[in-house]
Ligand binder design. Sequence first.
Ligand code: MN
Length: 203
Amino acid sequence: MFTLINLPYAPDALEPVISAQTLGFHHGKHLQGYVNNLNALLPGSRFEGLDLEEIVWLADPDGGEAPNSAVFNNAGQILNHDLYFTQFAASKEGNVPTGALAEQITRQWGSFEAFRTEFTSKGTSLFGSGWVWLAEVPGGSLVILQEPGAGNPVTKGLKPLLTFDVWEHAYYLDFQNRRPDHLNALWSIVNWDVIERRYNHSF
Ligand code: MN
């Protein structure tokens, strides 16, 4: 049985970037729905008792050992949202990464600003619903990926570090159709300590 994660901040902590109303629906309704769906699909299946990453890896309709779209979509959405909701903190000015992750970003993109521009652009240009990811390649280099639907870099053997949810449910109450404005606003609430810990955590 999977359970809904607790948010590591108050419901209004991310305002004005993400309103308490959006957070309430996104966490309390959308994510809860994926948790309920997966829990209904697991009993008696070969996925019972596995962790989320194992389920996503096996059930991947595109090359998994046990392709299953319903299981993949719901397990993937739980994994993605758990990473998403735990990577934010209250908005702050000049919010940038530090340490080894910042050095690697500068090494590959030239500057944090250039990285941020590419990441935001890939989120803006993703057609329909999905996720834009910063992921770690074994060895420590970084890559930005667009994943449609419930996609997660773990299906490609990569480690997910940072993600922006571009499903409309993530921003429609606050930004309506203005996805680029929402994505640009998110940079002030990224908790880079969390992202840095994910980067430094071994595979
Ligand atoms: Mn979402």
